[in-house]
Design a protein around this ligand. Sequence first.
Ligand code: AVI
Length: 325
Amino acid sequence: MSSTDTLPLIDCHPSTGSFRDDVVSGLARDRKQIPSKYLYDARGSKLFDRITGLEEYYPTRTEASIMRAEIDAIASAVGDDALLVEYGSGSSDKTTILLDRLADDLVGYVPVDISRDHLLEAAAGIDAGYPSLEVRPVCADYTSSFPLPDLVEEAMRTVVYFPGSTIGNFEEGDAVAFLRRMARTAGPGGGLLIGVDLRKDPAILRAAYNDREGVTAEFNLNLLRRMNRELDATFDLDAFRHEAVWQPDAGCIEMHLVSQTSQHVVVGDQMFSFDEGESIHTEYSFKFTSDQFARMAAEAGFRIEDVWTDDQDLFSIQYATVAAW
Ligand code: AVI
């Protein structure tokens, strides 16, 4: 454990080695692919924050509006004396709706994020805004296991908070495995409060991932910039373009970086060739029916207790309890 100005930090930040290994093995595949978690370096996290404020990007404001409308029911589902563990807390913006209502009833708040600076800045803001709340940031890749602070022993239950429908960024098998790990973190009697994006008119989805200002394109292309900086790579950002397509059979938006020309790119001491039009797949964003999500959650050992949605059924917030793990 290390300490920032005032907040004790559990620091399990992954090494650059895992980024390099994942990039090199991903680019060596027939269908080039880099895990979407690498989109979130400090700049990527800031760009994502901008995306959440875009007119076309309905998920964030819709989730916030459901949260505001249903906060009493949500607070009673979480209950008193819980430890709230937020996976991928980012700027913790949405969390304030929950904390405004729950801060005095919680044993503590544990924001978990891979981007250390972003995490510390957000955690310090929460700490200052809610003086009665114990805030214990954990810098970690939340898709791997990480330790919880000792506060967990004082809590009646652990509730994992996973907003934003980031669960949609995993392929189904990985999503179930990840939900199962969350069930283990929450433990017996624990809960999961999760944002789940719903199936809808593809035109709404295409617009959300191809915004007019080009922020999503910049967010996607930033991955190339990050590889150049951190892995000594030679990507020419002008030689790739952002693409986000709706895949109706799979039920997901796929994000790609498409090579504009036939070219070679070096990453450290390895060279990779691209045909014109060949892409690197950078993200899935699955959209769910409520039944589909309930099935996945059940497979992972959760039972869905409550589902809250907006008037247009664009998005849902769901509360599940650990049934078994
Ligand atoms: C974080 N995640 C839920 C976002 C999504 O909508 O899948 C990431 C994103 N990618 C492009 N725009 C937003």
